[in-house]
Design a protein around this ligand. Sequence first.
Ligand SMILES: CC(C)(COP(=O)(O)OP(=O)(O)OC[C@H]1O[C@@H](n2cnc3c(N)ncnc32)[C@H](O)[C@@H]1OP(=O)(O)O)[C@@H](O)C(=O)NCCC(=O)NCCS
Length: 154
Amino acid sequence: MPALRPSVRVRIIAKQDLSDLAGLDHEVFPDDPYPVSVLRQFMDTFAGHLLVAEDNGGLCGYVLATPPNAGESWIFSLGVAPTSRRQGLGRQLMSEMLMRLRAEGTRTVLLWVEPRNARAVTLYESFGFVPDPAGPRKNHFGPGEHRLLMTLTL
Ligand SMILES: CC(C)(COP(=O)(O)OP(=O)(O)OC[C@H]1O[C@@H](n2cnc3c(N)ncnc32)[C@H](O)[C@@H]1OP(=O)(O)O)[C@@H](O)C(=O)NCCC(=O)NCCS
């Protein structure tokens, strides 16, 4: 695994990060970014479950999960800025989140991934996430938006 840049720090989101987070989300998911209003509400609702990677004052990655509910948590989003990819940041963000979720009592972690997103699927499999044997669910997130459920038992 490549070494992280020493200047990168993973931390919980802070209120003043909202516009940087919106910019990052736009960069990571240009076709389908979250509206700022949704990011704001995620920050309010899931504060301790929104981790960001900061490098020299700017945000270069984030991961968002739900707090455990009956032992289950969902990963809503994981993204790394294009210029910061393949440096171990996605893995680092996911590791930190899983460590926190485990400590909070999460036993099962679930997520939806676009089935052709090989980078993400490979990353999740390397953590032990198992794809739904039934395969991708058609139009799960709307017309043409097929998604594969992946599950990890902690
Ligand atoms: C998926 C994503 C978060 C990975 O972040 P990253 O910081 O580049 O990932 P890392 O450097 O930590 O790599 C972790 C593992 O992911 C996999 N991976 C990442 N990029 C890959 C690529 N281009 N090709 C193949 N595997 C890749 C590898 O298994 C890699 O492990 P390795 O370096 O030991 O081979 C990043 O590519 C991204 O933000 N993509 C756009 C948003 C997205 O698709 N998010 C997931 C939505 S469900």
